[in-house]
Ligand binder design. Structure first.
Ligand SMILES: O=c1nc[nH]c2c1ncn2[C@H]1C[C@H](O)[C@@H](COP(=O)(O)OP(=O)(O)OP(=O)(O)O)O1
Ligand SMILES: [Mg+2]
Length: 194
């Protein structure tokens, strides 16, 4: 079965293709849509739906989208839904990680708890929609470790792995991540629907 994926994030795309090998994942740009979709919702769920709905309306095909981010407890849940934008337009993963580190300067390890959140929306041309949300709990380190994953992964320490999600193979990250768990719910839903 073909699923359009409404994202322009290559890290997400790689993970979604690994986690859903039984689906033919076609990106919005492969389907001819190059628009920047305004993420003006107030929750991960709303933003995931906004992205999937936008692309589904244009293509008339079943579309999924991922809205995700990092909630840091010491920062009262920031950057949250602003995780991609909180260091401004044109910023890189490196810039965002540097900004996050500066905001946590001097904060001891046990107060650096954080979680990733991932909402996966699926929208059908009929208007049917479903949204699945999962989290992944960890700590923000004081320096980057590892070259894998993407985004905040070099700073995201996962206790059971005793290292960051950037310092384990992708298939290992995919056994515990917010994204793999939310996509697992989607998989169950799609299997039940058949
Ligand atoms: O597993 C992850 N490992 C590391 N970082 C992560 C992860 N999951 C989300 N993140 C970060 C990346 C980005 O800074 C933000 C998502 O923002 P978000 O708007 O959902 O994605 P995006 O703008 O990069 O691509 P798009 O909206 O086209 O899907 O959270
Ligand atoms: Mg985005």
């Amino acid at each position: 079965m073909k699923l359009i994926l409404a994202t322009s994030n290559k890290g997400k795309l790689k993970e979604v293709r690994e986690i859903l090998p039984e689906y033919d994942i076609v990106t919005m740009s492969e389907a001819g849509i190059h628009d920047e979709i305004e993420e003006n919702g107030t929750t991960f769920e709303e933003n995931a739906y906004i992205k999937a709905k936008y692309v589904c309306d244009r293509l008339g095909e079943v579309t999924i989208a991922d809205d995700s981010g990092l909630e840091v407890d010491f920062l009262d849940g920031a950057p949250g839904i602003y995780s991609a934008r909180f260091a401004g337009e044109g910023a890189t993963d490196k810039d965002r990680n540097a900004k996050l580190l500066s905001m946590l300067e001097g904060v001891p390890f046990d107060k650096r708890t954080a979680r990733y959140v991932c909402s996966i929306a699926i929208v059908y041309p009929s208007g049917e929609k479903h949204i699945f949300t999962k989290t992944c709990e960890g700590y923000i380190l004081e320096k980057e470790i590892g070259g894998g994953g993407f985004g905040y992964d070099p700073l995201f320490y996962f206790p059971e792995f005793k290292t960051t999600l950037a310092n384990v193979p992708l298939d290992t990250k995919n056994t515990v991540s917010h994204r793999s768990k939310a996509l697992g719910e989607l998989k169950k839903f799609l299997a039940d629907k058949r």
